[in-house]
Design a protein around this ligand. Structure first.
Ligand SMILES: [Zn+2]
Length: 210
């Protein structure tokens, strides 16, 4: 479990990387880290993640109603997608961090209502795992968070229909890498389709690069 200072640094670094790689735009996306048994540190609502500093992050309880926090004279409300993050932490005690972004190619699959094909890229199979498609519900709604319930076990990556992607991991590093790998795989599948053929591999044929 990271310290508060480590979690703050990690979230700010992850926000920058998501922005620099074009996985979010405007005020898109949110990042959180589990701090202890019943606390979570999450990005604020209403800010470009490129501009988020450690002082903008909001600490919220895992259960119960979050309150806006005031630090250094700045009052911040937690991310509007906090409910999705909390649903994942509550249902998956092994998860230490959650990343939500709108990566263009992966979100393209979410808009098309199409799951990413399995067994086409070892990295997708071994590093990201199966990617669930969570049915559409309004962004920021409790209904969206509730719709994750059926897909929590056995998945560390989710496409939210007509919205974006969510990844989780034991650490923020892993959750963030899964988001990058998910988007990279989606781009490769799109490129393969442009070439006219997507050929699956058999898992026994290949081991992941490490
Ligand atoms: Zn979103």
């Amino acid at each position: 479990m990271p310290t508060l200072a480590e979690a703050r640094r990690g979230i700010v670094r992850t926000c920058r990387r998501l922005y620099e790689r074009g996985l979010i735009a405007g005020q898109d996306g949110n990042v959180s880290v589990r701090l202890g048994r019943d606390r979570v540190l999450v990005t604020p609502a209403g800010m470009s993640k490129a501009d988020v500093t450690s002082r903008d992050l909001v600490e919220v309880p895992l259960h119960g109603k979050p309150r806006a926090t005031r630090e250094s004279g700045v009052k911040r409300a937690p991310s509007s997608e906090l409910a999705v993050h909390l649903a994942i932490y509550r249902g998956r005690p092994d998860v230490g961090a959650v990343v939500h972004a709108h990566p263009p190619a992966a979100t393209g699959f979410a808009v098309a209502g199409e799951r990413l094909p399995e067994n086409v890229l070892p990295e997708l199979v071994y590093s990201v795992g199966p990617v669930a498609m969570v049915p559409f519900a309004a962004p920021g709604s409790q209904a969206l968070a509730d719709s994750f319930d059926a897909w929590l076990v056995g998945h560390d990556a989710w496409l939210m229909a007509n919205h974006g992607a969510v990844t989780a991991g034991a650490t923020l590093l892993v959750a963030h890498q899964r988001m990058e790998s998910l988007e990279h795989a989606a781009r490769i599948v799109v490129a393969a389709r442009a070439l006219g053929r997507v050929v699956p591999f058999r898992p026994a044929d290949s081991q992941p690069d490490q």
